[in-house]
Ligand binder design. Structure first.
Ligand code: ADP
Length: 534
C-alpha cells in the first residue's frame, strides 16, 4: 500500500497524515514484539523496501545490539547479519564502499537479496535504544534523502512506542516477581481494597483458611478470616483496627479462626494500611501467621508454672508441718509418733525429689537431649522391685501380681529410666484406683521385642482422653484430679523414654473397669543375632 503511495505526487503529505495514525496505533500497543513488528512493517512499506529488521540495545546484555524482529529475513539468518550490526551504518562518516562491501558479504553468506540499506537510529530522550534497517533488493532505485527524512520522522515516533512497551514490560516483569514473592511467602499474605475486600490471596492463606483463592477473592476479609477473640466473639469487622482508619501504625490482631475444613487455629494478622489523599483508607496488606503452636507453648508455660508452684509446694509444706510439730519443745512424742512423722517426711522428700527429677527430665527432653545407658537386665526382677516398694505402702488395698514367662530373655535398655516408667505406671494404677483391686505387671517376648503391660481395676480413661494423657501436663478433668497429686508429666516422660528405646506405649481402658498400659522394649538377643551373623 505504501509502495503505491510513494508513486503519487503528493505522497509526502499523505504519508505524514498516515504516519500520525500509524504512530497512534503503535503507541497504543503495549506488547513490545507487536510494536516492533508494526514498526518494521510500516518502515519497509514506506520506503518501498523488500526487507528490514529492528535491533535493540539490550541492557541485560551489556547494551549490545540484538535483532528483535524482521520482515523478509527469516530468523535463522539473523546470526549471519551480525557484521551489519557491528558496522556503524548510522554514522554518516562510514565510507560507502565499506557499507557496500559488508552488505555484499552478508548477502552472499545468507543468500538474501540485500543490495541497498538505510539505517536509522531509534532515539528516546537522546538515548539510543535501537536501529531500524530497511533493505532493497534492486540496485536501480537508490534511497533518497527524502526517504531517509520520512523514515526518521517515523522512527522518532516509533522510539516512543518501543520505549513505552519496554517500560511496560519491565513493570510487568517486576509485578510478576512481586506476585511470585507474595505467592511463595511462608506467611499468609492478602491484600485488601478500601472496602476490606480481598484482592490478593496467596498459597499460604489457602492452606491456613481452607478457602480456595478464586472463592476468597472479592469477599470481605471478615467473612473469610472471621477472627474471634478468646470469648469467641468476632473481632472483625466491628473491633478491627483497620476500621479506625489508616492513621494506625501497623495494627495487629490476634485471635482464633476456624478454617473452612473445620480446623481451629490461632492466628496473628499484621496490617499495613495504605493511605490515600486526605488520609483516606485505600486498602491494606495483611500478613497472617499461624501462631497456634506458639500459643499452645505459652499456655503450657503457664500450666508449668502453676503445676510447679502447686505440686512442689505441697510436699514442702507437709515436710515443714511435720518437722515443726516434731521439734516442738513443749511436747514429748512417743517413739511411734516420732517414727511415723519421720516416715512421712522421708516419703514426701522422696516425692519432691522425684518431681524435681521429672521436671529436670522434661526440660532436658525439650532441648532434645536424652542419652540412654543401655545394659542387659531382667525385666521381671525390676518389676518385682517396683511392686515391692508399692506393696509396702498399700498392701491393705491392693493385690499385686507379676505375670512373666520363666524364659523371658533379658532386655537391653536404660535401667534407671525404665524403672522410672514402671514406677510411674504403677503409681498411677494406685492413684487412679480409689477402691483398690489387683495391679498386675506382665510381659512376653515376641520376635526381637518384649511386650510389657501394667493393668489396674481403677476408674479407667474415656476413649477421647486416651491419646491426650500422654501429652505434657495433661490431666483428665475428673473428681480425682483435685484429690490426687500429679503434674501430668509421668506419662509424657514414659512415652519419650519408651520412644527413645525404639518402642511404643499405648493404653486400652474402659471407664469404671480399669486400664492397661502396654509398652515395648528391645530384647538383648537382637544384638546377639547381629553378632552371630558376622
Ligand atoms: P499425673 O498422674 O501426674 O496427673 P500422668 O502423666 O501420669 O500425670 O497421667 C496423666 C493423666 O492420665 C492423669 O492425670 C490421669 O487423669 C490419667 N491416668 C493415668 N494413669 C491412669 C490410670 N491408670 N487410670 C486412670 N487414669 C489414669
Amino acid at each position: 500500500m505504501f509502495s503505491q503511495m510513494l508513486e503519487l505526487p503528493d505522497h509526502r503529505l499523505r504519508l505524514r497524515e498516515n504516519l500520525l495514525q500509524i504512530s497512534r496505533a503503535i503507541t497504543a500497543q503495549l506488547d513490545l514484539i507487536s510494536v516492533l513488528n508494526l514498526v518494521i512493517n510500516v518502515s519497509v512499506e514506506m520506503l518501498a523496501g523488500t526487507s528490514g529488521l529492528i535491533a535493540l540495545y539490550e541492557e541485560e546484555d551489556n547494551d549490545e545490539l540484538r535483532i528483535r524482529t524482521s520482515v523478509g529475513i527469516p530468523p535463522e539468518a539473523w546470526p549471519a547479519l551480525a557484521p551489519l550490526l557491528e558496522l556503524p551504518l548510522i554514522d554518516p562518516d562510514t565510507p560507502r564502499e565499506v557499507e557496500e562491501r559488508i552488505l555484499r558479504e552478508v548477502a552472499a553468506s545468507t543468500g538474501l537479496r540485500l543490495r541497498q540499506v538505510v539505517a536509522l537510529p531509534l532515539t528516546f530522550h537522546n538515548r539510543p535504544i535501537g536501529i531500524i534497517y530497511v533493505f532493497r533488493a534492486a540496485l536501480n532505485v537508490a534511497f533518497s534523502t527524502d526517504d531517509v527524512r520520512v523514515l526518521q520522522a517515523f522512527a522518532d515516533q516509533a522510539a516512543i512506542a518501543v520505549s513505552n512497551a519496554r517500560l511496560y514490560q519491565g513493570v510487568l516483569r517486576e509485578k510478576q516477581r512481586l506476585d511470585a514473592i507474595i505467592e511463595q511467602s511462608a506467611d499468609g499474605v492478602m491484600i485488601l481494597d478500601n472496602r476490606w475486600r480481598i484482592t490478593t490471596f496467596n498459597k499460604a492463606m489457602e492452606t491456613l483458611t481452607g478457602w480456595p483463592r478464586n472463592e476468597a477473592i472479592g469477599r470481605p476479609c471478615a467473612e473469610v478470616l472471621g477472627i474471634r477473640n478468646m470469648q469467641d466473639t468476632p473481632i472483625c469487622p466491628r473491633d478491627c483496627p483497620l476500621q479506625r482508619g489508616p492513621h494506625m501504625q501497623n495494627p495487629v490482631v490476634e485471635g482464633r479462626i476456624t478454617s473452612r475444613d473445620g480446623r481451629e487455629r490461632y492466628i496473628q494478622s499484621r496490617y499495613a494500611p495504605q493511605e490515600g489523599p486526605g488520609q483516606t483508607f485505600q486498602g491494606a496488606i495483611a500478613n497472617v501467621r499461624d501462631i497456634t503452636d506458639q500459643k499452645r507453648e505459652e499456655e503450657l508455660q503457664n500450666t508449668f508454672v502453676s503445676v510447679i508452684s502447686h505440686e512442689l509446694k505441697t510436699p514442702v509444706s507437709i515436710i515443714k508441718g511435720y518437722a515443726g510439730t516434731l521439734r516442738r519443745e513443749d511436747a514429748t512424742w512417743s517413739e511411734e509418733t516420732l517414727r511415723e512423722g519421720l516416715r512421712v517426711i522421708e516419703e514426701e522428700a522422696d516425692r519432691l525429689a522425684r518431681q524435681i527429677q521429672d521436671l529436670l527430665d522434661v526440660s532436658r527432653l525439650q532441648t532434645g537431649w536424652i542419652r540412654l545407658e543401655l545394659t542387659d537386665w531382667s525385666l521381671p526382677m525390676l518389676a518385682q522391685e517396683v511392686l515391692r516398694s508399692f506393696a509396702a505402702q498399700t498392701s491393705d488395698r491392693f493385690a499385686f501380681e507379676l505375670r512373666f514367662p520363666d524364659d523371658l530373655p533379658p532386655i537391653r535398655a536404660d535401667y534407671e529410666r525404665v524403672r522410672m516408667v514402671l514406677t510411674n505406671l504403677v503409681g498411677n494404677a494406685v492413684k487412679y484406683s480409689p477402691d483398690g483391686g489387683t495391679i498386675r505387671i506382665g510381659g512376653r517376648a515376641e520376635g526381637d521385642i518384649a511386650i510389657i503391660y501394667v493393668s489396674d481395676q481403677g476408674i479407667g480413661i474415656a476413649p477421647e482422653e486416651q491419646e491426650r494423657i500422654f501429652e505434657r501436663f495433661y490431666r483428665v478433668d475428673n473428681r480425682l484430679r483435685r484429690t490426687t497429686q500429679g503434674t501430668g508429666l509421668g506419662l509424657y516422660l514414659a512415652k519419650v523414654i519408651i520412644k527413645a528405646h525404639g518402642g511404643n506405649i499405648s493404653v486400652s481402658s474402659q471407664v469404671g473397669r480399669g486400664s492397661r498400659f502396654v509398652f515395648t522394649l528391645p530384647l538383648a538377643r537382637r544384638q546377639i543375632t547381629v553378632s552371630d551373623e558376622k
